[in-house]
Unconditional design. Sequence first.
Length: 405
Amino acid sequence: MSEDLINKNSPETGFTEAELTFIQKHSGDDVTKLILKSAQFKDLDVKKLAAQILSRQKASKKLPEWASMSKLIFPPSLSIEQSSSEATAKYKSSLINGNTLIDITGGMGVDSFYLSKNFKKTHYFEQQEEVAKTAEYNFGLLSANNIEVHNADSIEGIVQKNIQADWIYADPARRDANKQKVVLLSDCAPDVKFHLPELFKHAQNVLLKTSPLLDIDLAAHELKSVREVHVIGYEQECKELLFDINETYSADFLIKARVINPAGEVIHKLDFTRNQERDAVIEFSEPLSYLYEPHPALLKAGAFKYLGTAFEVKKLAAHSHLYTSQNLVQDFPGRTLEITGICKPDAKEIRQFVKDNKANLTVRNFPAKIDDLRKKWSLKEGGDIYLFATTLFNQKKVVVVTKKL
């Protein structure tokens, strides 16, 4: 983007000192109340600044590095919610490197920024002019001088310029014309599956980010040439799927389930293939000394049997997805709890373990809803006791009583 298109010192792309002071002073305020008091600040566009404050509030945990920089411009808060987190972006940056990267879905630029650290040159493409302007302004403040911003359609742009790269990164928009969420690859924009033949003319490797709701096996079948699928877990959620696609790869893909910390570092992992999952032999058992609840990323990855053999734990039932062991497994990828009792799913028996009617309740492979059970058993939420209503391998319905280690 040329310098005459974007004046980095203009109010359009930056803040005055008065505006920066206002944002910092009111950073923790309720923006709705702030807007109602806008008449008190006659020389400031309070509505615009309130939008920045709201976006920064949303970004404070998700993008702490960016939120700490007072002069960066943030998009509307919905865009913050849809953007990659700093943790997942840093994880992605650990996966790929080379001389040149093309990001065909630039957006806010979070992924471009962190991925660019491992490349000499990064081409960022974004069709929306204001979004591209803001990204370029922010990249300048972040000293990301190796990112070239293109305000253009990415597919047309790389063809016209014949840009060659080591990697292409894509995070297609997952909302339709009515702003409704979509999941299927063909419903996202751009349709990477459709454009793959053209993309492979410009890079041999493509890293595709998708919704965690996408069917892994169906997507891998549609995309073909999938080398690895990274299933990313952060905090207590499965955040995203990453498809590592290589033009010449034709073997079975490897599934890499990863749970990461705020720095993007892996704290739990499991690698396996679909064949390994199919061939794994799982042992079943009644609850022993410890109960293990896999992280949602492991469940999304589909490591139901292989998880048991890899960590030497037994399963309560085929469809419970709860595991147990006599001896403590230190590095299990999920929650580990100590079992303190087992009882029938009956209010009278449960009260023997829950003295103050307060407990955390989870339902797994059990024919009832949590709210209904809480009402039936007169349970309040909270406390130090964790109850798991589940079905054992012998079809027996039980409540497993546990506590944190």
